[in-house]
Design a binder for this molecule. Sequence first.
Ligand code: SAH
Length: 214
Amino acid sequence: MKLDPKRNRERMVREQIEARGVSDPAVLSAMRKIPRHEFVQEALASQAYDDRPQPIGEGQTISQPYVVALMTELLEVSPGLRVLEIGTGSGYQAAVLAELGAEVYTVERIKKLHIEARDRFMAMRSFNIFLKLDDGTMGWPEHAPYDRIMVTAGGPKIPRPLVEQMADPGRMVIPVGDSKRLQQLKVVVKEGGRVTVRDHGGVAFVDLVGTHGW
Ligand code: SAH
């Protein structure tokens, strides 16, 4: 495949994302803008816009573009909201959230990935993304509450600290499943002191490892 990132992104949005029903113009525009090929290993840049997850080292993956777009749409992000992401990985999802005008706090447990993502954000001059190396199933209490929380790894249950750190009103998108590698995407809504959970289809994420994970 010829490397023409802008054209590849256009095609990715049209054929993989819009065609499957993601329609929020702000999400589509962010997916058109963020250079996904700069978040994968250099040797894999030519396949960065393919319709599948990509390896990012340490046995981890960056989600399929459609899944990133779907989760971002489900999160209902608007400018100025404070968003917590668990599982920084390459930093791609965090960059998409920041492009939507959010103030992004992102936690990663693997040091190498944390440092690589930090260096990427510095090179891209993304100043509204804050990173922490830690077990994200504990959240990031210092900056709570969060208007939005997105978890990009799959665990057996919804970590209680994350529910506690949601603002009211607040919203969380998280894959949960009692078998590894296959989860239900859940949308958790906190409003008026009540928490409701709605299922949103099957997904396959790498493991959420930690105190409230596997
Ligand atoms: N959002 C990422 C993809 C994440 S892959 C991106 O856009 O590239 C899932 C990531 O979650 C992996 O990097 C994995 O190390 C991390 N992870 C798993 N359990 C975690 C935990 N308890 N706290 C923080 N990060 C965790």
